[in-house]
Design a binder for this molecule. Structure first.
Ligand SMILES: *[C@@H]1O[C@H](CO)[C@@H](O)[C@H](O)[C@H]1NC(C)=O
Ligand SMILES: *[C@@H]1O[C@H](CO)[C@@H](O)[C@H](O)[C@H]1NC(C)=O
Length: 378
């Protein structure tokens, strides 16, 4: 696995051992969009669910700088840089960002992301080769994984290797690894990072995205993809996008105890079950179809994404510096704990973060559940 952090491999190996699905598809025939920097922007925008409007909650937005309040494929294609590596990928990916809700004084402090993204594209079959059933996304394609209203484990959101949505405290330095479907508790530090992991559905029924029913056009494949797609979601099957959202919570060490659950997602979710990721397609047409049969950097020792077997003949990849410097000015005039041009926690550098808030941006009261949250209007 192409994983920055050895602790993660351990956690994933643990999941592999308990997973009931074949694991061979997870080798070789996949690549990781290894982003070199921080998000493109943090702001209350969501061009899929709230086009042209200020959205309900803050998102951490990753990908091309064609991102806009209202966008389609043509708008995505205007990107001149991206926070993810292949120059052919002008897509955007976004998720709710995380705040530390200080148990001592009630302040909300933005949790900085780790200075990289981990977005996997998987297209392997049981023999670790390109599964020829898998095709690239149609131009105007968009989808959402997860549900912002969830406050309990409903068992219908896939995480790594066919398991459920997951949150992970990656220990080390004498601290244990702790994992759960929602936010775990029972730790006081995660020296190797705190992360969410979610799989996007990859089986399509051929219908357009419907804003009134945004998940209706997609489903998860059978046996993590090995056995194809369930009808009627077998019109097309796309590469399976798997997202790890990595955060650095070291700054908060000592400010909470093992009994506390001090984190809250931007929609006012103190459970972690409402974690979700949105995707809007901006891939150059034809590139995924061309590279999937040959691009296999998922095995140790295989050539990287810049190789001709991957994106070498399709623009190559951005340098780490190009990805890190790809940021956007927020277009919503409010403070969310992130500053334009900020580079939090550069590798080896001093951790800084945006700042302290009295409440979550927007109209996002904390809703504990277990019933579904309701969207509030203030
Ligand atoms: C609450 O405590 C945190 C951590 O010490 C601090 O950064 C923040 O400024 C405090 N908030 C207020 C309102 O004093
Ligand atoms: C979109 O979803 C709504 C709610 O489920 C449904 O009433 C409507 O018919 C759908 N629109 C289309 C074009 O399928």
């Amino acid at each position: 696995m192409l994983l920055t952090n050895p602790k993660v491999s351990n956690a994933l190996v643990g999941m592999l051992l308990t997973a009931a699905v074949p694991v061979v598809a997870q080798q070789g025939a996949y690549f990781v969009l290894e982003g070199g920097g921080m998000p493109l922007v943090l702001e209350r925008r969501d061009p899929i669910l709230s086009p042209g409007q200020v959205s309900n909650h803050v998102h951490s937005i990753v990908g091309g700088n064609g991102f806009a309040a209202t966008m389609d494929f043509a708008q995505a294609q205007t990107a001149t840089c991206s926070t993810v590596s292949p120059i052919a990928d002008k897509s955007n990916y976004w998720m709710p960002n995380l705040y530390f809700h200080d148990p001592n004084n009630g302040s909300f402090i933005r949790v900085p992301e780790q200075p990289y993204h981990k977005i996997y594209y998987k297209y392997g079959n049981g023999e670790n080769e390109y599964d020829t059933d898998i095709e690239e996304f149609p131009q105007e394609f968009r989808m959402i994984a997860g549900n912002m209203l969830y406050r309990e484990d409903k068992g219908d959101i896939m995480g790594p290797y066919g398991s459920e949505l997951g949150w992970f405290c990656h220990g080390g330095n004498g601290y244990p690894d702790v994992a759960a479907v929602g936010f775990p508790t029972g730790f006081t530090a995660c020296p190797n990072g705190f992360a969410a992991a979610i799989t996007m559905p990859s089986c399509w029924n051929g219908e357009d995205f419907n804003i009134s029913n945004p998940s209706a056009h997609m489903a998860y494949p059978i046996a993590d993809g090995i056995q194809g797609c369930p009808a009627p979601y077998n019109v097309k099957r796309f590469p399976q996008i798997f997202v790890e959202y990595w955060l650095n919570i070291n700054t908060f060490d000592g400010l909470y105890t093992a009994q506390d659950q001090p984190f809250v997602l931007s929609p006012g979710d103190p459970t972690g079950f409402g974690f979700h990721v949105d995707f809007i397609n901006g891939w150059d047409v034809g590139v995924l179809n061309s590279i999937m049969p040959t691009c296999k950097p998922g095995n140790t020792g295989n050539p990287p994404l810049s190789d001709d077997s991957c994106f070498g003949n399709y623009g190559g990849t951005f340098t780490n510096e190009e990805m890190t410097s790809c940021t956007q000015m927020p277009t919503v005039d409010e403070y969310v704990g992130w500053t334009y041009g900020e580079v939090d926690n550069p590798v080896g550098g001093v951790l800084t973060y945006g700042g302290v808030l009295d409440g979550l941006p927007g109209c996002c009261p904390i809703q504990y559940g277990p019933n579904d949250a309701t969207v509030q209007t203030c």
